[in-house]
Write a protein that binds this ligand. Sequence first.
Ligand SMILES: [Zn+2]
Length: 459
Amino acid sequence: MGGLILHNCLIAGGDSVFRGILAIEGDRFAGVWKEDDPEAKAYIEGHRDATLTDLGSKVVMAGGIDAHVHFREPGMEWKGDIGTESRAAISGGVTSFIDMPNTNPPTVSEEALRGKAERAMLSSAANYGFHIGASYGNLEEIKEMISRAEASGRHPFAGIKVFMGSSTGNMLVDRQDVLESIFSIKERVILVHSEDEGTIRANLEAAKERFNENIPFSSHPAIRSREACVKSTERAIGLALKHGTRLHILHVSTKEEVDLIRDAKRLSPHITAETSPNYLWFCDEDYGKMGGRLKCNPAVKTASDRQALRQAVREGVIDTIGTDHAPHLPGEKNAPYLSCPSGLPSISECLSVLTTVFDKEEDLSLIARIFSENVARIFRIKDRGVIKAGNYADLTVLDPAEKFTVRNTDVTYKCGWSPYEGVTLKGRVKMTFLGGRLAARDGRPISGPAPLPLEFSRF
Ligand SMILES: [Zn+2]
């Protein structure tokens, strides 16, 4: 059956970086060895029909798993769809994604989940999974799905997304009794978008009073303020400690939350956190030149928050990177503050942003953990996230030394622009393999490999 042997490469795993040899049979890894391991030599001897590929000293990592994307399908396909955005993911070394529920209709039922999975099966270029949204009306249905899944051992969704005090229509959950009920679910991860709605509303009213309709984009971090983030994150942590919840705090944007999370982790092993590339790269000084193109929720805050977030990633206080890839058309983003939608595309650039920010050779292990291994562990994704025999052969090959400048003309997003336009990054994705087959080369997706639904196991 042939098989594939990758050699002359630096393999970056979650705990070490070493020169190694990788064997793939079918869609799985068959073995991974240090270069001088006699077993590797024996394997090559015994598999003379395998294709031997020299990677020219490049770095190999497990494919990225992005547990925080908004691919806009169904309901907002003019901004992006599963087909276009998953191809952008593959070009950026992301082999699996988990889509958020704020589509139209929202993913708040078993039927809506099934509908999305059917769409992904037809058009996705990457492995796919979904989070379900918690709303006031669907807790019984969620609990029923969980108890059936516990019996079968296979869950239909990764986690339960709670828009805790965020303005996302019917999915906003703010009532204490409902939150208590959600946080008492132990079988799945509860993901929170953590911003206090009351605080934001008051700030917005004050900004309207001051600026009328002409609110400058530089006011965004004062409106969606650090106080709003801190207040909500304190509340989420309090609930999680009370109930023993598996809590994953999404897109952390402030240094105060980093301190709260560091303390909470001493009290519970089930509290984890994510940040997004945009908070590691941009700061409030960028609103002047980027305007609406930097508007996302929570707001990008100060350079000192950015510094604290980078440190928190290094320390392991922040466990994962989710891109929060959220495309909007340029025309939508050029609108004045009050009508400009929040969200930025970033899934193709994320890995290069990480290799630029964390640019030492030993940092490759850190990146392997936060962009793949930890994500697979936190959401119990079966057989992915680590390069080891038996796991699916999803991987990315990158040249950490290659510099390139992001250009809107090169992006493959349906929306056609990137917030990183004009930015020079260090570390370029050269190839992406999905299930042992080449799925992208030099930023261009190749059709052929068949993506699979992610499998979510019991804890
Ligand atoms: Zn999001």
